[in-house]
Design a protein around this ligand. Structure first.
Ligand code: AMP
Ligand code: MG
Length: 411
């Protein structure tokens, strides 16, 4: 058990650094089929045992020739000595002849160029080739894509569609990936009921559970969903103990502010180690990090807009690092804003925004409702604009924008 940091606002950067320092990557790996590898994190370097392509091959349907049999300044006619479709094994090119060849077919020994069929004319077993043929033209060299013994993907790489294709291209059907992280989620709040139930006065539907389910599914984690936990210390202690027994990481929503109905902090404090920060982030000021027994826990705020932002900015990189990913920070780029901030704030603000266009130029459009309790602006948006602490950028100024494709994916 340790004491909590209840002091001044902590910066997002300092918080993120600390979280990433504390994240311990999962160690266990398992063999998976390359066909099932999408979204997984590789637990080994993938090294090629072959050259890709394995032979010089033709980039065109056309005719393979030796440059010695061609003229640089005039057309030449040669007899056709063989036909080489893709997948066949050619014979060496006979001197003074051309070979009919097709895209992807192995270049015969002695051939030094391929001329595309559109530039040739074939008649009675002979082909007339144009002038100006160049050495190696339309020949894709052996190993052009991948060389034997080269590392094609590194440990910690997040597998995307093209990586599945790349692994297949070197002939492997299986690869080692880290086992999926098991993440427990629980939603605190006596006011919560589940969608599908009828709502009574004073109740609201549990939306955070669904946002978190969506995030975690998108990242490929296993989810232990402990549902709604009532606002008592006892229930919170039980739920957290249960979660810590079988999950790698616990994420809670709500119950981390200072009210007497907020029991998450006290429960973490009793069961392990609590570090609570008032973060310089908007939305999402209260954020708890700690351990229940030995299991890391992140206590997100209750407000749905704040859950959305704190998950993207803090929980996601922590989870990715814990999953063994080598690269966890989301990219952002600068775009002009189509609005003006009224005054500088002490907290870094993540605005739910989207890209719009005026006269073909992209700009960031702001949603008018940035309340931490509001989720519709997150659904409207396609990224977060990042307003640095103590700045109030005006219309036309450049501001960092991180698209949701960066914040939701695990690349
Ligand atoms: P809390 O931090 O528990 O005081 O919650 C802050 C605000 O978020 C309150 O208005 C809660 O009703 C709301 N809230 C908490 N949990 C959820 C949830 N799972 N789904 C929707 N709203 C929630
Ligand atoms: Mg609550």
């Amino acid at each position: 058990m340790s004491c909590c940091d209840r002091g001044q606002l902590r910066s997002v950067d300092a918080m993120l650094d600390e979280l990433l320092n504390k994240a311990i990557p999962v160690k266990d790996s398992l063999p998976i089929l390359v066909v099932d590898a999408l979204g997984k994190i590789l637990a080994e370097d993938v090294i090629s045992g072959i050259d890709v392509p394995p032979h010089d091959n033709s980039a065109m349907d056309g005719y393979a020739v030796n440059l010695n049999d061609c003229q640089t300044d005039s057309a030449v006619t040669l007899p056709i000595s063989q036909r080489i479709p893709a997948g066949s094994v050619p014979q060496a090119l006979q001197p003074g002849t051309a070979a009919r060849i097709f895209t992807g077919a192995t270049i015969p020994e002695n051939a030094t160029a391929v001329i595309m069929q559109e530039d040739c004319s074939e008649q009675d077993g002979q082909v007339t080739l144009p002038a100006g043929i160049k050495l190696d033209q339309n020949i894709r060299p052996q190993g052009q894509d991948i060389k034997t013994s080269s590392t094609i993907l590194q440990k910690g790489h997040h597998v995307r569609a093209q990586d599945m294709g790349l692994m297949a291209s070197i002939g492997i059907a299986e690869v080692k990936a880290y086992r999926p992280l098991k993440v427990a989620i629980l939603s605190t709040g006596d006011e919560l009921i589940e969608p599908g139930q009828s709502i009574s006065e004073g109740q609201i539907f549990n939306s955070n559970r669904y946002t978190l389910q969506g995030f975690l599914k998108g990242l490929g984690f296993e989810i232990l969903d402990l549902g709604i936990v009532e606002d008592t210390l006892d229930a919170t202690l039980k739920a957290l103990t249960n979660a810590a027994e079988s999950a790698d990481v616990i994420i809670t929503s709500g119950g981390v502010s200072v009210g007497e109905e907020d029991h998450v902090k006290a429960a973490i404090d009793q069961l392990g180690e609590l570090n609570l920060w008032k973060l310089a982030i908007k939305p999402g000021k209260p954020f708890a990090y700690g351990k229940v027994a030995n299991t890391p826990i992140m206590g997100l705020p209750g407000n749905p807009g704040a859950v959305f932002v704190t998950f993207c900015i803090l929980a996601r990189p922590f989870l990715l690092k814990s999953q063994g990913a080598a690269s966890v920070k989301a990219h952002s780029f600068k775009l002009p804003i189509g609005f003006s901030l009224k005054k500088p704030g002490k907290r870094r603000e993540y605005l739910r925004t989207r890209i719009n266009y005026e006269n073909g130029e992209a700009f960031i459009e702001n949603h008018p409702n940035q309340s931490s309790g509001v989720l519709s602006s997150a659904s409207w948006a396609d990224g977060l604009a990042i307003i640095t602490e103590n700045t109030a950028p005006q219309k036309g100024e450049l501001v960092e924008f991180s698209p949701f494709s960066e914040l939701f994916g695990n690349s």
